[in-house]
Design a protein around this ligand. Structure first.
Ligand code: ADP
Length: 216
């Protein structure tokens, strides 16, 4: 069974989320209190309705409690964002994901029990990491201290095995996969040799990962 997902607030973030979920084959319910915003997505997603996220009855009548995930992507109006998150929690939505504007807003959402996201802050962090190292191609933050990083193998790795590089023993990092052109080597062994052009996908502590991808 596919997850049932609803997105409330059709700003730039909400719309791009809906477009991507639709591409991935999900039927998304899009909600906004502005009829123009609702009309702008009717061609993109299966269901788009005009409703006020602060109106409990309106959300109830949309059957919102039956959704697995509801994303509150109302940005500017912090009050509407928080009230929507509370209503959704009280209606029994399994997972409420809410976009926070700043740390304090994030704390309030956390207290309500929502999963909090900070798109601007997180994208800024991600971009910073990509900019400071030529090698980094992608970065997923797992916690403030741990990440998954995708990076081009630095020149001095070429021809060496993971064991020789001391990736696990010395750096405490696990290489999840190596991308080699079209091929993907999943969970490579210690004896795996790195080729020119390899892209490594690694998980570990941020400080340890930095040593690995910054090695020139
Ligand atoms: P972004 O920064 O991602 O562009 P915005 O804050 O500009 O986000 O957009 C938020 C969207 O949320 C707008 O389309 C707005 O009409 C909608 N919105 C604001 N308040 C409510 C509400 N109470 N109920 C439903 N939608 C709302």
């Amino acid at each position: 069974m596919k997850k049932q997902i609803a997105v409330i607030g059709l700003g730039r973030f909400g719309i791009s989320l809906i477009e991507e979920l639709t591409l991935l084959g999900y039927d998304v319910l899009a909600i906004d209190n502005d009829s123009e915003k609702v009309n702008s997505v009717v061609n993109t997603c299966t269901h788009a309705v005009q409703a006020d996220a602060m109106d409990e009855q309106a959300l109830k009548s949309l059957g919102i409690r039956n959704f697995d995930v509801v994303v509150v992507s109302i940005g500017e109006d912090v009050q509407a964002n928080i009230l929507a998150a509370i209503i959704l929690q009280e209606l029994g939505v399994k997972k409420v994901v809410a976009k926070a504007k700043n740390n304090l807003h994030g704390k309030v959402l956390e207290k309500i029990g929502a999963t909090v996201i900070f798109p601007e802050r997180d994208m800024g962090k991600r971009l910073a990491r990509m900019l400071v190292s030529q090698n980094i191609m992608d970065h997923i933050e797992l916690s403030p201290h741990y990440s998954i990083m995708e990076f081009r193998a630095p020149e001095i790795y070429i021809g060496k095995t993971l064991d020789q590089l001391g990736v696990r023993k010395m750096m405490g990092i696990t290489i999840l996969a190596i991308k080699r052109g079209e091929q993907i080597i999943v969970a490579p062994r210690a004896a795996q040799v790195i080729d020119r052009g390899d892209v490594l996908v690694a998980v570990g502590k941020n400080a340890d990962l930095k040593k690995l991808y910054d090695m020139e």
